[in-house]
Unconditional design. Structure first.
Length: 196
């Protein structure tokens, strides 16, 4: 049976993570296609968003594609194991996705988790980032609003983690939480730290 490649027709972080991984493990992919949120795919069908890719894969015999883990789980799509940098074949699970971040992480957290060094980590994983100004004194922002942002970020990386697995998202690794704590504590208002 011929294989039909299904990819995102729109730009996405999912495409970036998948193509970043392929660029790390295949020189030919890196040179011919590369990594990015939008790519010039050499072949295949394009679907809009994860739901579009999932739908095309489910409807097209012999197709292969990529979606966020949550779409594969919710749509009961079969998926294969992927060989990671340590030579281990790993199934995409919430646990193996969290383990992808169980490695040395830079203090600024500007990191790609693809092709992770973590022995049990799924190699096609990535973070969702939240971008905030380090100094929250901008526009009409009050110090109280700035404090609430810091409280929310702390909750998301601590107490809020109990909601990740029921929503079929991977919880942060211990190392990622430790790095997030330092970054959250560095947020200030008029150069005064908002959290001790």
């Amino acid at each position: 049976m011929n294989i039909t490649v299904v990819h995102r027709s729109d730009g996405s972080g999912t495409t970036f993570i998948f193509s970043d991984y392929l660029s790390k493990v295949s020189r030919e992919w890196k040179e011919r296609v590369g990594a990015g949120t939008s790519l010039n795919w050499p072949s295949g069908l394009g679907g809009k968003g994860n739901p579009g890719v999932a739908g095309l894969v489910q409807q097209t015999p012999g197709s292969i594609g990529y979606v966020e883990l949550i779409y594969a789980l919710q749509n009961k799509m079969p998926y294969g194991m992927v060989k990671n940098k340590k030579g281990n074949f790993v199934t995409a699970t919430l646990a193996s996705t969290s383990k992808a971040a169980d490695t040395n992480l830079p203090d600024d957290m500007k990191v790609s988790l693809t092709d992770t060094d973590a022995p049990e980590g799924y190699p096609i994983s990535g973070f969702t980032w939240i971008l905030v100004y380090k100094d929250q004194n901008y526009g009409d922002r009050t110090e109280e609003k700035a404090k609430e942002v810091v409280k929310l970020l702390w909750w998301m990386t601590h107490e809020g983690q109990k909601y990740t697995e029921p929503l079929e998202y991977a919880p942060l690794s211990k190392r990622a939480v430790e790095k997030a704590e330092k970054l959250i504590r560095s947020i200030s208002y008029k150069e005064k730290p908002l959290m001790k």
